[in-house]
Design a protein around this ligand. Sequence first.
Ligand code: AP5
Length: 222
Amino acid sequence: MSELNLILIGPPGAGKGTQAENIKDDFDLPYLATGDMMRAKRKEDSDLGRRIAKIISEGGLVDDDIVCEVLIERIDAEGEDGFLLDGFPRTQGQADILDSSLERRGRSITAVLLIEAPDDVIISRLSGRRQCPDGHVYHLEFNPPKQEGICDVDGKPLELRDDDKPETIKKRLATYHEQTEPLVERYEDEGLLRRFDGTQSPDEVHSHVRKTITTLRLETDV
Ligand code: AP5
């Protein structure tokens, strides 16, 4: 069976992490989220850790060279038979580095899954998001945990992410429109883009994404 090398893109809060939880299990893919990687790095007691913490809290993007180094290392270590990337690439520079790294390894992207949602939906979603330290995602209204404030999966306390404050959400959205949205056209031109309506319920989005990937896999295996 051919490998699945998938990318999830979309604005902050569109539901990439929520869908990734399902897709990684459906297709048995290693899940590589640069947001999780950068949040882990910012905890390091170093100049780099402090620099990353500042960028995240201001709603900006971590430098391409830092993100790419960490991500490509993880693809080589865990994603040699396929992968699901979340939050990467986010700039044209990152997309160029990913393409050339894969090409050097005789590999390529299978598809880019775009989850779309308008800014007003995102603002309301992110202010209600709660997350455990290991990254399991909930929403106070749309996807509440069984026990208030506690993760269903690992029993850890749920927190509000510090970049989910209203001012930072607006900055993250502006960063997305300016730096990441141009990748949508790039991947559309390359014939890799698949669009999903992120305003539907999480189950509906999941069902569409799963069908699309299943069809893609059948097509690439013919
Ligand atoms: P990252 O963690 O990647 O944040 P993001 O892209 O802003 O995405 P989010 O995690 O906020 O949203 P999501 O789309 O996963 O939505 P979720 O499923 O949680 O990055 C954080 C920071 O790290 C960046 O700002 C940047 O500084 C840095 N960084 C990361 N990658 C980088 C890179 N490549 N280059 C440079 N810097 C980088 O859903 C949101 C909420 O909505 C949840 O509460 C969920 O329960 C709910 N929900 C989800 N789907 C639905 C639905 N269909 N209906 C109703 N509610 C829903």
